[in-house]
Design a protein around this ligand. Sequence first.
Ligand SMILES: NC(=O)c1ccc[n+]([C@@H]2O[C@H](COP(=O)([O-])OP(=O)(O)OC[C@H]3O[C@@H](n4cnc5c(N)ncnc54)[C@H](O)[C@@H]3O)[C@@H](O)[C@H]2O)c1
Length: 393
Amino acid sequence: MDSRKSPKETVLITGGGGYFGFRLGCALNQRGFHVILFDIKSPAHPMPEGVKFIHGDIRHLCDVEKAFQDVDIACVFHIASYGMSGREQLNRSLIEEVNVGGTDHILQVCRRRGVPRLVYTSTFNVIFGGQVIRNGDESLPYLPLHLHPDHYSRTKSIAEKKVLEANGATLVRSDGVLRTCALRPAGIYGPGEQRHLPRIVSYIERGLFKFVYGDPGSLVEFVHVDNLVQAHILASEALTAAKAHVASGQPYFISDGRPVNNFEFLRPLVEGLGYRFPSIRLPLTLIYCFAFLTEMAHFLFGRVYNFQPFLTRTEVYKTGVTHYFSLEKAKKELGYEAQPFDLQEVVDWFKAHGHGRSPGDHASGCLVWDGLTVFLLVIVVLIWLPSPVVRSL
Ligand SMILES: NC(=O)c1ccc[n+]([C@@H]2O[C@H](COP(=O)([O-])OP(=O)(O)OC[C@H]3O[C@@H](n4cnc5c(N)ncnc54)[C@H](O)[C@@H]3O)[C@@H](O)[C@H]2O)c1
């Protein structure tokens, strides 16, 4: 993907209407590539000149075929996915159709249309399922499918395996083979991120961010969107003959390379928007039980009222259990070098979009949440009291 050598190569980005896909598309466009964004929803931002948007659904083979026709695509970045967070995580059939069925379609059409390279955007979750992992590397086995606490992670794992197994498959319209690799990012952040940060900011603004949970020493990782863009471009290059196809069939963990406590990572955002960082800390198991009950409630009543769960079990693990991975393989084979970023530009983005506390603001929902906090504390006390005492209450 060296833009000086091949200025007119065409790349196709599934999920190109989403946060990361669009950012990657813009970066590639700036480097002189023809960029096709393929998605069921158009990007939230104006399309830069030279970038083409095709509306289509990866669940429908004919949509995928249409997007690939009449153009020689040098590389596909397969980013589209469904079910990552919140209530989406509970829609199992759609998750499977998009993440597994959609990936099958993309691989099938790549082979049929002679696309030589595919980079898949995977996730840490294909390895992590709530167990402590310190400085893990790519030799770690996949988490057994039945141990995944959510269907998104399970289907991302199935899809990643399919992508890596497709490496070396013969192409129908040329002599070559399809070369594939997978990048496993940490939680993505950056200005304008729409999946996690607005939800967190809404909790902060509604006065619902009253406590943190888990061990203060627990460490997780994040990746700035532009570091992830860099990794994808490098991965695509590392599938070419010029780089001896070094990434063929390989997975890579990608992060900022700075393990941090989840809540300490968010502190600059909370305080930068003028709110007080919570001083109450609750046990992880309690929050996990709460998330489990919320998921049960959603299972029972979700059809009637599709509410947004406060947290899912996977989100509790992702935020409260130590898991971080080595970047050595990505550095050595891709030449990846994480650039330093902080949350200041995210704070500035939210402020520029009307967020942030002004003096005299009152967080609505305080009473409700104070009540819930007391309720959770009562449960903690009841769990810790010896059972004869509880029975006599
Ligand atoms: N956001 C994170 O923290 C995170 C962490 C690890 C991995 N990832 C992975 O990174 C990728 C991008 O994440 P993001 O945060 O930009 O998510 P996003 O939701 O902004 O982007 C995903 C895009 O996929 C599109 N999509 C969904 N179903 C589709 C379908 N049937 N056909 C075509 N397009 C479809 C969506 O419309 C959306 O635009 C995903 O593959 C995700 O699994 C994200």
